[in-house]
Ligand binder design. Structure first.
Ligand SMILES: C[S@@+](CC[C@H](N)C(=O)[O-])C[C@H]1O[C@@H](n2cnc3c(N)ncnc32)[C@H](O)[C@@H]1O
Length: 259
């Protein structure tokens, strides 16, 4: 059992599988329609423990994961969902030591995943056009993984107008990613990978046409990730009636040595 402490975030899961993320404080108390629980008692129960409210309802206690954290952010911008983030990290082959360019920051959900995958080795540069988004997401990122932010540089700027430096990887979540392609001629290494998250198929078409027209990208792929949950409960074993349907398309390409 991992210890949890004041200042940590935990997820409390009730008997109807509803999840509540809370930050533990010394005199804190969690309240719901099922009663209250003192934060002190949550720490006593520990990670994976079970705790009862004053009205005798049970909550399971778990330490917060990346998915819990980003799905509970108060959103001003749409985040990349963890099902897509996971695949983007694989498609971009993110590993410690790389120099990575990202744009835009949004809520910082992808930045946090990139920082975790880089493990404080290499460099993450994030271009964001809106200062308020940059400030807010920096707070989220510091709150979640401050220990991994030494290698993170947030720059205020319009990525469509270009960027400084040359990178091993570029990850884009901006409305018109095709404007970035001309800048990758000198800003992405040969063999480097660009992965873009694109909501609609018309945007995908413009983007892929631009990649092809540049003549310095190869090994292109376009796909979407569909997560289909199943109910497995006694003899009731079937897909859930709801599912995570469309979020966005992911387009991946590799830079050739021809630029
Ligand atoms: C959908 S949000 C990104 C969400 C982010 N990937 C996450 O997971 O939290 C899009 C972001 O791109 C920024 N943006 C839009 N156009 C931009 C541009 N031309 N240059 C830089 N940032 C831009 C927006 O301000 C916004 O923060």
């Amino acid at each position: 059992m991992k210890n949890i402490n004041y200042g940590d975030r935990v997820i409390l899961i009730d008997h109807k599988s509803r999840r509540h993320m809370i930050k533990l404080k010394e005199t804190g108390r969690f309240s719901s329609q099922y009663g209250f629980i003192d934060h002190n008692d949550i720490i006593e129960a520990g990670d994976g423990g079970i705790i009862k409210t004053n009205k005798n309802f049970s909550y399971r206690v778990f330490s917060t994961t990346y998915t819990d954290y980003v799905m509970n952010l108060k959103r001003n911008a749409q985040i990349i969902y963890p099902k897509d983030t996971a695949q983007m990290l694989m498609e971009a082959d993110i590993h410690p030591g790389l120099s990575v360019l990202e744009s835009g920051i949004g809520q910082g959900a992808l930045s946090m995943a990139l920082l975790r995958a880089l493990g404080n080795q290499g460099k993450l540069t994030t271009y964001e056009i809106r200062e308020d988004f940059a400030e807010q997401s920096k707070k989220f990122i510091d709150d979640f993984c401050r220990e991994l932010t030494e290698i993170h540089d947030i720059k205020i700027g319009n990525i469509y107008e270009g960027f400084e430096g040359i990178y091993d990887r570029i990850l884009l979540d901006v409305p018109e990613p095709w404007h970035v392609i001309e800048h990758t001629k000198n800003g992405l290494v040969g063999g480097g990978i660009i992965v873009s998250y694109i909501p609609t198929i018309l945007q995908v078409k413009t983007y892929v046409d631009t990649l092809k027209a540049s003549a310095f990208f190869d090994d292109l792929s376009t796909f979407e990730i569909i997560k289909r949950p199943w109910k497995v409960d006694g003899l009731s074993v079937r897909p859930e009636v709801w599912m995570y349907n469309h979020s966005a398309f992911i387009v991946r390409a590799r830079k050739t040595a021809d630029a």
